[in-house]
Design a protein around this ligand. Structure first.
Ligand code: ZN
Length: 193
């Protein structure tokens, strides 16, 4: 049996992260060069895309980690640990990380890609669609915004260029509306570029 078949056997033919049963492929968990069944897992298209690109992470999809964290396979555990670390800012993944058990070697493996470093303090800002916002992004207001300390109201649809995110609080970003630098509620904007 080749690796793909062995993994199919091991998993019962489902994604070992989210249990999807379509578009499955073998994912060799980096950075282990040994590969093989113990170094790999079966993963679906949705999961693998988001594992590869942190920017596209959809936190809701990863609720599946609630179950897959109990996998008995180290390769799966290592990836679950990485995804939970990446999503720590959401709150619930932190609780799961605390419940999770990895032996020393597996934990070392999980950490080897640099995931989870200095992330305990990380705060993630998301727009109305859940898209991650970063300093320098451009957004539009999806609600009328009262400018603090003035009678001015910025209308829904107003573009705010080059925002900065509040390092302490995921609920707020800052941006210039006209000449005025103002605080904006993160979920009332939509990222444009
Ligand atoms: Zn999946």
């Amino acid at each position: 049996m080749d690796v793909a078949e062995q993994l199919k056997d091991r998993s019962g033919g489902i994604c070992e992260l989210c249990t999807a049963s379509t578009d499955l492929k073998v994912y060799e968990v980096p950075p282990k060069s040994t590969g093989g069944v113990d170094g790999s897992m079966l993963i679906c298209e949705t999961c693998s895309g988001q594992v590869a690109d942190a920017e596209t992470m959809d936190a809701n999809h990863w609720r599946c980690l609630n179950d897959s964290m109990w996998s008995e396979h180290d390769a799966v555990k290592a990836v679950v640990w990485r995804m939970l670390s990446r999503l720590k800012g959401e709150g619930w993944p932190k609780d799961l990380l605390e419940m999770m058990y990895l032996d020393d070697a597996t934990l070392e493996w999980a950490k080897a890609t640099g995931e989870g470093e200095d992330e305990s303090e990380r705060i993630i800002h998301r727009d109305v669609n859940g898209v991650i916002l970063q300093n320098g992004d451009n957004v539009v207001l999806i609600k009328d915004l009262k400018i603090k300390g003035s009678s001015q109201i910025a209308k829904q649809g107003t573009a705010v260029r080059r925002i900065s995110v509040d390092r302490e609080n995921a609920e707020y970003i800052e941006g210039k509306v006209g000449p005025t630098l103002t605080v904006i509620i993160t979920k009332y904007v939509k990222k444009t570029s």
